[in-house]
Every structure is written in C-alpha cells, then in structure tokens.
Design a binder for this molecule. Structure first.
Ligand SMILES: Cc1ncc(C[n+]2csc(CCOP(=O)(O)OP(=O)(O)O)c2C)c(N)n1
Ligand SMILES: CC(=O)[C@@H](O)[C@H](O)COP(=O)(O)O
Ligand SMILES: [Mg+2]
Length: 632
C-alpha cells in the first residue's frame, strides 16, 4: 500500500489532498527526512523543524507561480521532497546529485539560490515588485529563520519592503536556535513576542471568524490596531510597515493552513511569526539540535556515536587549541565568531575565556568592524570566519581594518573546496581578494603544525594577517606544543631536483604541497613550500627561477588573481622571462561532492599535477638535462 507521501510528485498532488490528510503526510515526510539524512548525512534538525510549514506553504500557495524563497536554504529537504525530488534524495550533496540548498537550475520550485544567510527578503521583495510591475497576480514569500534574521541584510530588506508597494509575505521561522544557541537583542525580543502568545492566539481566532466579511474584517482590524496600541505595543516588524501576525505554532497545520489562507488574501507587506522546534519529532535532535544541525551518516535508532577509530585532528581543532594556548599567554587576545562557534572551533575557548569570547550572530560585516574597534583600543582580535563568509565583510576589511592598518588575525577555515556544501561555501577566492589589499598578509600553512606556527606569526604582526586552512582533517603532521612562530613571509625548499640545474620547480601554497611532493618524485622536480601568498618570498622565488627552466605554481584557490598570479607579477617586476604553469581552481563554480574527488577532477591531486606538468612541459619534465636556455 503506497504511503501518502509516495503519491505526491508535485505540490499539485499535495493540493488535491483533504486538509485532514495533511497531519499523516507530515508524519510520513518527517520519517522520510530522518531516514534519508541518516543515510546520506546533511542538515537534519532544521529540516525536521520545517515539515509542517513546508506542507502548509505548498498547500496554500500556488507554487511555483507563487514564489517561495528559503533562507538560509539548508532546511529545504521537505520542500525538495514535495516538489518531485524524493527519489533523488539518496544523491544529496554528492557529485552530480541534489544540492543541499535551493538551486534555480535544479528545479522551477527553487525560485532563488540561497545558502549564504539573510538574502531571502531582498530576493522575495524583488520578485514581489516585479509581479506588481508586470501586473502578475502571484505572491512572494520569504521564509527566514531567527538566526538569519540577525544579519544586517535582513533589516536592509525589511526597511525597504515595509514601504514598498508589493504583496510580500515574510515568515519568520523562530525555533530559538541558530546553529548554536542564538545571540543578541533580537533573540530576547522574539522571546518577548512569544510570551505574548495568548494575545496572538485570540487575535488569530478573530481573524478566522471575520475572514468571510471583509468590511467587518477591516473594522475589526482597525479596532485590533487600537487594541494593540492599548494592550500590546506595535511590534518591531509593524514599525517597519508590516502587518504582523503571530506568533503561531509552526507545527500545527490547523493553525498554519487557515492563517496562510487568510494572509494570502491580504494586500501589502505581511509578517508571519511562526514558532517551531529545531529537531521536531526526533527526540535526540530535539534534545541536541546543535549536534544534529549537520550530522554525517548515523543510525537513527542509536543516534550519533563516537567513531570507532578516533578521527585525525582537524585544522579547526588545531586552531581552537592554538586560540586557547595563545589566550592563556596573552590577555589582550579576544576571539570573535559570526555565529559559527562549533564550526570554527571556539567551544573550548568560550568555556575557558567567556569574557573574551564574542559570538556576534550572523553578522560578518559587524564582526570585522567590531574587531577593528577592539584593535583600536589595543586588544588583539582573532576573527574566526569561514573563507566564504568573509566575502560578506569585504568592504569592512578594506575600509575599517586595512586602511587604518589595524592588526588582527583572520583565521580562515574552509579555505579551498569544502565538498558537500558545494559552490556556495567554497573558500576559492580568498587569496585573490585578500592579496590585493594593502596592509593585509596571507599565510598558507601546508600542515597542522605550520598552521599553529603561522597563527602565532600572524598574531605577532602589526597589521592584519589571514591564515587560510582547509575544511576537515589535516595531513597527519603532529602539532608541537609550543607557540613558536615561523619567519614572516618566508618559504622553504622541500625537495631539490636530483639532476641539479634546470628542469622544473614546483611552488606550492598550502596543503597542496603534499600532492606536489608526490608528483615531483615522478618528475624529478624541485618543490618549494612557499607558505605565504603575500608577501611572496621573492628571494626564494628568484633563486628558483634562476636555477630552473620552468616553474609550476599550485594552490587550492582560484588561478585568476591567486598566488600563481603573484609569482608572475614578481617575475615580471624582476624582468625575468620564464615559462610558468599555474595550477589551481578554474574560472567556474565547483559543485558539491567528495572533496578528494573534486580536487582530483580539478587536476589538483598528485596524478593531476604530474599530468599537467608533462602536458605543458613535455620532455622537459622527464629528462635530466636542460632543454631551454636557463635565463634570468
Ligand atoms: C552569511 C552566512 N553566515 C553564516 C552561515 C552559516 N549558517 C548556516 S545556517 C546558520 C544558522 C541559521 O539559523 P536560522 O536562520 O535560525 O535557521 P535554523 O538552522 O534555526 O533553521 C548559520 C549561522 C551562512 N550560511 N551564511
Ligand atoms: C548551512 C550552513 O551554511 C552551515 O551549516 C554550513 O553548512 C556548515 O558548514 P560545515 O559543515 O563546513 O561546518
Ligand atoms: Mg533558528
């Protein structure tokens, strides 16, 4: 006997159901999400929390003509399952498989690509205004979480939407959680609103009763506004020009469906506050929504368990340990994270140094300029931020930090390809967008120990230094306990060519040193661990250029403007003409998949590096004697 869920191949099928069937569908959908994500890994607790809301939205709104824009977008597995992608869920976040986020090129129901937080209101407003301009009778809905609502961009959009001539609905999915517990005044404010729950329940009943008699409804609305004025001050969202409705139970379909049906008839900007539980329906996730925010594969009957063999230390853990060790040595150190405490490795630091730990919420722009203010007063900020999320604070980095030559450490986790999260989260551009800024240096550690040492080097500088390191496990190099720095701006030769003069020198930046060393063994090439994309170790570079016939640069970052470009600029500045092969990420977005597989596909594993060198430099790569005149 097919389950109800198995009969749903599109929202049109869903809308043919009787309202009384929706709770059963919700149970089946929740069970499917839990089973599927436990097999593939992915975002779980936020998806369990949006099952009823997703059903109600596709039931009431005429999707895809009515537009749904999901923020952050990690909670759209129920949406994908109900919009014809149920059978593809086993491919989630795998090469060639479903994305973990909404993608316009994946489905017409994915009206806007998200994954970086707090973009939904802006995008949905654009769609709503476009519908008005084009005279189209379609609705636009932004669904944004309480965490995502802490970003400035969300308020920029509210400020505009509240007075725009458009029929936009903003749904705040308030589960009182970000990835970790939410922070800031907004969270406290939302708690106040939720404490007024009884008021809104009565109000919504009023709406239901009066919904059939518009004039009366309007009269009641005016009375309600007055009543609000007397009984409950206007909400923040009403101050922005929205008609605020809620808070209502985001798991109660008998509340969600009629409320959404009412709201869909209303003109002007609407704001619906729904209250949900992150992890709803799976006790282990309800109890620990942080652990189940983005789990790997697990047995739902058992829950998350420690791996049989302890995993290799991650760069994130190396950073977290360094942060605590350096904080113990230097009381001026303060640690800042824009809502990524666990992901960036600051859990221990918060426990040990609570007064020096700052989670600023999903507010990267604020994080950088807040750090600048701290630095002005002689404190030593360490901003722990994913490479991709630093993109959001680019102007603050230039204008508020570098221009004033304020010193701080940018601990750039997830530099390079990240794997399952795909193109939206790749840290592909930081070398290129950082090295062009005056008063900013960029360090590229090759292993865990260098990461620790270069963090210490960075911490001792009088300007901002970014230390970039990849997601996940290190290369297996033990970290030394001390806090010894490496020399600023200096690289080293790691392998000399056996055949002496001539041949090829590979200049590696970061962890791709290791496949470069493997390839060099086959090529009999020299290998340098350059360590710094800025400042470049030009003395080392020129020595290698003068003693080799050709150079190869290797980096896990975009070729355009990356470390290899820095090498070309330095050779040109020195008047040296030399064949250079630049290896790195191409001028395309790299999709989700297994990180090692993705690197191999980009020719950035040992075999790929060797093959690229042979393709470019032909026999030079295989003989001992120079074939090109050694110039320079
Ligand atoms: C610009 C940006 N910063 C940080 C993140 C990382 N991130 C992804 S989801 C999330 C928490 C979102 O909280 P909320 O909006 O309340 O959604 P919930 O997980 O509670 O459903 C964060 C910080 C991101 N995706 N984008
Ligand atoms: C949705 C989002 O942006 C975060 O949950 C992100 O997926 C975390 O990435 P990591 O898994 O690399 O910490
Ligand atoms: Mg939340």
């Amino acid at each position: 006997m097919a389950t109800l869920l198995e009969t749903i191949h599109s929202p049109a099928d869903l809308r043919r159901l009787a309202r009384g069937q929706l709770p059963q569908l919700a149970d089946e959908l929740r069970a499917f999400v839990l089973d599927s994500v436990s097999r593939t890994g992915g975002h779980l607790s936020s998806n369990l929390g949006t099952v009823e809301l997703t059903i109600a939205l596709h039931y009431v709104y005429n999707t895809p003509e009515d537009r749904l824009v999901w923020d952050v977008g990690h909670q759209t597995y129920p949406h994908k399952i109900l919009t014809g992608r149920r059978e593809r869920m086993p491919t989630l976040r795998q090469l060639g498989g479903l994305s973990g986020f909404p993608r316009r090129d994946e489905s017409e129901y994915d009206t806007f690509g998200t994954a970086h937080s707090s973009t939904s209101i802006s995008a949905a407003l654009g769609m709503a205004v476009a519908a008005k301009q084009k005279g189209e009778d379609r609705k636009s809905v932004a669904i944004i979480g309480d965490g995502a609502m802490t970003a400035g961009m969300a308020f920029e959009a509210l400020n505009n939407a509240g007075v725009a001539d458009s029929d936009l609905l903003v749904i705040l999915n308030d589960n009182d959680m970000s990835i970790s517990p939410p922070v800031g005044a907004l969270n406290r404010y939302l708690a106040q609103l939720m404490s007024g729950q009884f008021y809104s329940a009565a109000k919504n009943v009023g709406k239901n009763v009066l919904k059939v008699a518009p004039p009366l409804f309007e009269l009641a609305k005016r009375l309600e506004e007055q009543a609000k004025g007397m009984v409950v001050p206007a909400t923040l969202f009403e101050k922005f020009g929205f008609n605020y409705i809620g808070p209502i139970d985001g798991h109660d379909l008998d509340s969600l469906v009629p409320t959404l049906e009412n709201i869909r008839q209303l003109k002007g900007p609407q704001f619906l506050h729904v209250v949900t539980k992150k992890g709803q329906g799976y006790k282990l996730a309800e109890a620990d929504p942080v652990a189940y925010h983005g789990p790997g594969k697990f047995d739902p009957k058992v829950g998350l368990t420690a791996p049989a063999t302890p995993p290799k230390k991650t760069f994130t853990q190396v950073f977290g340990q360094w942060l605590c060790d350096m904080a113990a040595r230097d009381e001026r150190l303060v640690g800042i994270t824009p809502a990524m405490r666990e992901g960036s490795g600051l859990v221990e630091f918060e426990k040990r140094f609570p007064a020096r730990y700052f989670d600023v919420g999903i507010a990267e722009q604020h994080a950088l300029t807040f750090a600048a203010g701290l630095a002005c007063e002689g404190l030593k900020p360490v901003v722990a931020i994913y490479s991709t999320f630093l993109q959001r604070a680019y102007d603050q980095l230039i204008h508020d930090v570098a221009l004033q030559k304020l010193p701080m450490v940018l601990a750039l986790d997830r530099a390079g390809l990240v794997g399952a999260d795909g193109a939206t989260h790749a840290g592909a551009y930081d070398i290129a967008f950082l090295r062009c800024i005056p008063n900013v240096s960029v360090a590229c550690p090759a292993d865990e120990n260098e990461c620790r040492q270069l963090l210490t080097t960075a911490f001792g500088q009088d300007h901002t230094v970014a230390v970039r390191y990849p997601r996940g496990a290190g290369v297996g190099v033990e970290t030394q306990p001390g806090l010894e720095p490496l020399p600023f701006g200096k690289g080293e030769v790691r392998r000399r060519r056996a055949a002496g003069q001539g041949g090829i020198a590979i200049l590696a930046f970061g962890t791709l040193l290791h496949p470069s060393l493997q390839a060099a063994g086959k090529l009999d090439a020299t290998v340098a661990n350059m360590r710094w994309a800025k400042p470049l170790d030009t003395a080392l570079l020129l020595e290698l250029a003068q003693s080799h016939e050709a150079l190869v640069t290797v980096e896990e970052g975009c070729v355009m403007g990356g470390a290899g470009s820095a090498v070309l600029e330095a050779l040109q500045a020195a008047g040296i003409v030399k064949p250079v092969l630049q290896l790195g990420l191409p001028d395309v977005f790299i999709e989700h998949g297994d990180p090692a597989k993705l690197l191999s596909l980009q020719g950035l594993d040992a075999a790929g590096i060797e093959s690229s060198v042979r393709d470019r430099f032909g026999e030079l790569a295989s003989r001992g004697t120079p074939s090109l005149k050694v110039v320079g």
